[in-house]
Design a protein. Structure first.
Length: 232
């Protein structure tokens, strides 16, 4: 089942879709591109959410509004959680995982690498028992030194790749490095709208080898299975 693990399709939730109609068109396009499962991952910034419970309530309402439309694919809830100091201590952090899994999509700061970032990710993994998924890891190239990037790639995590990475020669290098090392990867469109950040999974299908997408599908399915087994 082809899965887009990174989207901003919830209407009026963040800087993504601005209406229910836009959300439905985004999902229609993803489905036409072959996507069978979509994870809605609206931004979550701890410093902007003084009341995380309110964020969760709003997210659920936006999700329910979409599900009521009888979508042609499976839709799951998640979040794109910004790594900030103290995020690992958030009481509601488990509610930000991808529904039915232990996976949590984490966005690193667009700033020079600092050791506290690894400490937060490690705490989320060890103390909270979750599996970090590092969002669009290829985007941090301009901020991190090669040594810092090596540190990140050494984390016990899954690395998420956007379809856009296959368009950039520089970003494609890190994608090739991830695959060469056999590191676990998942794919996403990171779509926000119908124009400059439109659904583009079709580009991924043209550029990525089918076996890569199959591996990603198996990886996602494994985390669904392991989570359901743990909850039984």
């Amino acid at each position: 089942m082809l899965t887009d693990v990174h989207t901003h399709v919830l209407p009026n939730m963040d800087d993504g879709s601005q209406s229910l109609d836009m959300s439905l068109e985004m999902l229609t396009r993803l489905h036409a591109q072959g996507v069978e499962r979509v994870v809605a991952t609206p931004h979550f910034y701890l410093h902007r959410e003084p009341d995380p419970a309110a964020y969760l309530t709003k997210r659920q309402m936006r999700f329910d509004a979409l599900v009521e439309q009888q979508l042609p694919m499976e839709l799951r809830l998640g979040a794109e959680v910004a790594i900030e100091q103290g995020i690992s201590d958030l009481p509601q952090i488990r509610a930000l995982t991808i529904t039915g899994t232990d996976l949590i999509l984490l966005e690193l700061p667009y700033a020079p690498y600092q050791s506290w970032m690894e400490q937060e990710v490690h705490a989320i993994a060890v103390q909270q028992g979750l599996t970090p998924v590092i969002a669009h890891v290829h985007r941090y190239l301009m901020w991190y030194s090669q040594a810092d990037l090596e540190t990140v790639l050494g984390w016990d995590a899954i690395f998420q790749i956007n379809a856009e990475a296959f368009e950039s020669f520089r970003q494609k290098r890190i994608v090739k490095e991830l695959l060469k090392r056999g590191l676990p990867v998942l794919f996403g469109s990171d779509c926000h709208n119908l124009s400059d950040r439109r659904p583009n999974f079709d580009f991924l299908l043209r550029k990525a080898k089918p076996e890569l997408l199959q591996q990603a599908d198996r990886l996602f399915a494994q985390h669904i299975l392991s989570y359901s087994t743990a909850q039984a």
